[in-house]
Design a protein around this ligand. Structure first.
Ligand code: NAG
Ligand code: NAG
Length: 309
């Protein structure tokens, strides 16, 4: 161990002692509602419930959710400033930190149905009904951490994309390898569903949810616990300060999806599913799905999938 490193460890240990001592000290004082930082959660809870009412809670919620605030965008720093000012006015000590975790943003995506001869059958909509103006800050539907990629391949409906669903397809004699998988969201994390499709040899994944209002569910397709994949277990604090893994490191690659994916509305999924020939989907695959389910896919149409981040 280099000497400066052990010195640092000693220094940190000393700091830890000082910090622990001061917490101990402050919690023994007769002090305001929040006496110590290691106060039980119930104490924080009663502090918050005593300092707010249902109407202020709903006002805060309204203010914070009125506009999108995707991490790393200007609107997210306004949301942070809002929280900061409210906590300050409640008399709490506050501070801000800049974190630089890995996150992807969409740059373009397109989806269309093609005939087997690659001529265009139908362009598909990837937007939501309330077509957002660019100034609204609404981020187009996308899957965070999906790699860029494109595929022109037959679509196959795989229900929830679980092991048992692939067993059913296998029994129906439907090949998944080299296809674009259409999956219904709702059983298991997105990351695991995409990883399973990749393992089955799929080229790309199109995911739809059970919303019937035309909305599209955004979310992450990273596997494993939430948090920055480049700083697992420690904070990605600072603009470039924190020690981080590289995207190519095995530990990181294991968590990032190998194939591209995108979310679509149930309406768009229905457009694809309606076009699918092939063996009829099992009855239980149709039950409760927001999209209309018929065949599972028979290579009678192609899906042109493109996603760039
Ligand atoms: C706030 O709303 C909750 C849930 O609706 C309710 O149980 C509670 O009584 C309300 N509190 C006040 C102070 O109105
Ligand atoms: C598929 O879509 C992409 C992006 O819209 C387009 O550039 C490409 O020409 C399409 N491919 C076919 C075979 O139509």
């Amino acid at each position: 161990m280099p000497p400066h490193f052990s010195l640092l460890v000693l220094l940190l240990f000393f700091l830890l002692l000082v910090v622990l001592y001061s917490f101990q000290y402050s919690s023994s004082q007769n002090a305001p509602v929040l006496r110590s930082r290691n106060a039980p959660a119930t104490e924080f809870l009663s502090f918050f419930s005593s300092s707010s009412s249902n109407s202020t809670v709903s006002t805060h919620l309204r203010c914070l959710t009125r506009r999108p605030h995707l991490a790393g965008t200007p609107s997210s720093s306004s949301a942070a400033a809002y929280v900061l000012s409210r906590l300050r006015s409640a008399g709490l000590q506050t501070l801000t930190r800049t974190y630089s975790p890995l996150l992807s943003y969409p740059s373009s995506s397109s989806l269309s149905l093609l005939r087997p001869d690659h001529s265009l059958l139908k362009p598909l909509s990837l937007l939501e009904p309330a077509d957002p103006s660019p100034s609204s800050g609404v981020v187009p539907p996308y899957h965070a951490y999906s790699p860029s990629g494109s595929a022109v391949a037959p679509p196959v409906f795989v229900n929830f994309g679980r092991d048992e669903d692939y067993v059913v397809l296998d029994k129906l004699g439907v090949e998944v390898s080299g296809k674009v998988v259409i999956v219904r969201r709702g059983m298991g994390p997105r990351g695991a569903v995409v990883a399973k499709a990749a393992e089955k040899g799929a080229e790309a994944v199109v995911m739809f949810g059970d919303r019937t209002d035309g909305g599209v569910e955004r979310g992450t397709v990273m596997s494993g616990s939430v948090g920055d994949p480049l700083t697992p277990g420690w904070a990605a604090v600072g603009a470039q300060g924190a020690e981080r893994l590289r995207e190519e490191d095995e530990e990181v690659r294991r968590r990032l999806p190998r194939i591209p994916s995108m979310p679509v509305s149930a309406e768009t999924a229905t457009e694809i599913l309606r076009a699918l020939g092939g063996p009829a989907a099992p009855e239980e695959w149709c039950f409760g799905a927001a999209a209309e389910v018929r065949g599972v896919g028979g290579g009678n149409v192609l899906l042109n999938f493109t996603y760039r981040r």
